[in-house]
Write a protein that binds this ligand. Structure first.
Ligand code: HEC
Length: 142
């Protein structure tokens, strides 16, 4: 529930981000987590209406999900043209690539503006969850 509210809040308020992420180019090369991402857990996060909420805007290969978004690129097409470091960077903080994006910032918890007090300092997904989602997207490209 916390994630849903936080994601909706971020979407509605259309965040302005002050600082750029501390990584070069258009990629975040290092994995965020100690253990490797798990594609099955990642799939569950992406399809979940509680945690990832990705299908609010994106569509993808989820035959069991009737209602999928059409506001954003189809996920397997993006997975086909972006590397794991590029996918990681976009999931962490899509506003690096388009300051006006409606996509929530899933990982950066610093320097967000207009965040409700109870969500300050929290990211929408944790390190392991980001890596699970990256692993799932990479698996679409096989
Ligand atoms: C509120 C809508 C919204 C949600 C929720 C959302 N996205 Fe996005 N996403 C977008 C939009 C719109 C873009 C296109 C980039 C832009 O905004 O300029 C995008 C871009 C991307 C890209 C880059 C696509 C490309 O081809 O360049 C990836 C990867 C991505 N999203 C993954 C995800 C994942 C994974 C989730 C869930 C954890 C998610 N998104 C949740 C709206 C959303």
């Amino acid at each position: 529930m916390r994630h849903v509210l936080a994601a909706l809040l971020l979407v509605i308020l259309n965040l302005e981000i002050v600082n750029a992420q501390t990584s070069g180019g258009d990629s975040v090369i290092e994995s965020l987590s100690a253990s490797p991402g798990d594609p099955l857990r990642g799939r569950a996060i992406v399809a979940s209406r509680q945690t990832g909420l990705c299908l609010l805007c994106h569509s993808g290969p989820f035959p069991e999900e009737r209602f999928q978004g059409n506001l954003a690129p189809e996920l397997s097409i993006s997975a086909g043209r972006l590397s794991a470091p590029q996918l990681r960077a976009r999931i962490m903080d899509a506003s690096r690539f388009n300051p006006g994006t409606i996509m929530p910032t899933y990982y950066k918890a610093q320097n967000l503006q207009r965040v409700a007090p109870k969500f300050i300092g929290q990211s929408l997904l944790n390190e392991q969850e980001i890596e699970d989602v990256v692993a799932f997207l990479v698996s679409l490209n096989k």
